[in-house]
Design a protein around this ligand. Structure first.
Ligand SMILES: NC(=O)c1ccc[n+]([C@@H]2O[C@H](COP(=O)([O-])OP(=O)(O)OC[C@H]3O[C@@H](n4cnc5c(N)ncnc54)[C@H](O)[C@@H]3O)[C@@H](O)[C@H]2O)c1
Length: 363
């Protein structure tokens, strides 16, 4: 099993570029990398929502060495940025990440999620310094057969809705670049499911919607209450991406290039309805819940589970948090935010807390 000390040893003083650093997962990743001693650079669009972890946790000034606001599809300027920074490791998280937004704006979704990957890979092709590239895609890249078996990295790619299809294409593009241009670079894709964690304010995501409703004292509208998602705390896949990058860097990709699933620790599945109840009990108030069936009209996958044996056996990595623990950490973060704590310090504190839990689990 990887430990924090060996991750710190690897990432210390490494120049790392995070695309999508103004977003939810990107901001957590930047804070995590800074804690590991890396020099962190970011490129993304400006935060969309009025509240964002990027601003609340002071990621731009307090974490990043440089922060660039630009469209990832501008290959020319992205390439110039890489020449300037000379990163050794690139994590690609810049994307349009929402299924419903994919239905509303398929052109933008395909453009960002496919041509954005082409743009960053093309820029890497022109930049000798990059040794490791991790492209963050999704569990939704699989052809969903709505069956009871978990998906393996060798299963067929697919994608019914525009978001899922765009991420399947992102997988194919990454693989094409790896085989065509990068015999000596370590290139991987990371497929994780729905994540939860403090600092997510995206529209139409369950946890942010519940927290916003609690904060306003409103009724909570939930879509598809019996749907099962592979919920996991954001620190679980992020730790998986970091362990993967370290292995890729150390072995120069020989056995670690390719696709990796990062799923939740638990074998117990939680429905949307159960998650809502757990959040309500952590928040400590009675919840007023309404069910919205209108979203059922759009096709959204019902059952999707990942087989993470490859990460467990080859990377020595697996998640450790139960869903109640993941929900507890998430609600705790939002409570600290509403209590006006220093959220950069609080986020770092949660990363340390997470490692304490990982170490306890391994004993
Ligand atoms: N959050 C989840 O549950 C989840 C699940 C599976 C996969 N993912 C993937 O993880 C990654 C990050 O997701 P997130 O939840 O942090 O989303 P987010 O919306 O919070 O962040 C997306 C980031 O991408 C940037 N971005 C979007 N379009 C861009 C463009 N054209 N040019 C430059 N930057 C652009 C945004 O500015 C932002 O920084 C995405 O690739 C997403 O598909 C997320």
């Amino acid at each position: 099993m990887e430990d924090l000390v060996s991750l710190k040893k690897y990432f210390s003083n490494k120049r790392v570029l995070v695309t999508g650093h103004t977003g939810f997962k990107g901001s957590w990743l930047c804070i995590y990398l800074k804690m590991l001693g890396a020099e962190v650079h970011g490129i993304a669009l400006a935060p969309k929502e009025s509240e964002s972890i990027f601003e609340i946790a002071n990621v731009e000034k307090g974490v990043c060495t440089s922060s660039t606001i630009d469209n990832i599809c501008n290959t020319h300027s992205v390439s110039a940025l890489l020449q300037d920074i000379q990163p050794e490791i690139v994590f690609h998280l810049a994307a349009q990440p929402l299924v419903i937004e994919g239905y509303n704006d398929p052109v933008e979704t395909f453009n960002t999620n496919i041509m954005g990957v082409v743009s960053i890979l093309e820029s890497i092709r022109m930049c000798q310094s990059v040794e490791v590239f991790v492209n963050v895609t999704t569990d939704k890249c699989y052809e969903n057969k709505e069956w009871c078996y978990p998906y393996r990295e060798t299963d067929r790619l697919g994608g019914h809705d525009p978001y899922s299809a765009s991420k399947a294409c992102a997988e194919i593009v990454t693989n094409s670049y790896r085989q065509s241009y990068f015999p000596d670079k370590a290139i991987a894709t990371a497929r994780a499911g729905n994540v939860i964690g403090g600092g997510d304010w995206a529209q139409n995501r369950l946890l942010p919607d519940i927290i916003k409703a609690f904060d306003r004292g409103d009724e909570i509208e939930i879509r598809n209450p019996s749907s099962i998602r592979p919920w996991q705390h954001v620190l679980e896949p992020l730790t998986g991406y970091l362990v993967l990058a370290k292995k890729l860097g150390e072995k120069q990709g020989e056995e670690y290039s390719g696709a990796w699933n990062f799923g939740p620790h638990t074998s117990k599945n939680y429905t949307v309805g159960e998650v809502v109840k757990e959040v309500a009990s952590c928040w400590g108030e009675s919840a007023n819940i309404a069910i919205d069936n209108s979203a059922e009209k759009l096709h959204e996958t019902n059952l999707l589970m990942l087989d993470c044996s490859k990460a467990r056996l080859k990377l020595g990595f697996e998640g450790v948090l139960s869903i109640p623990k993941a929900i507890y950490l998430t609600v705790d973060w939002y409570k600290a935010f509403y209590e006006k704590e220093d959220m950069n310090l609080f986020t770092e504190k949660q990363i340390a807390q997470y490692w304490a839990l990982r170490n306890k689990d391994e004993q």
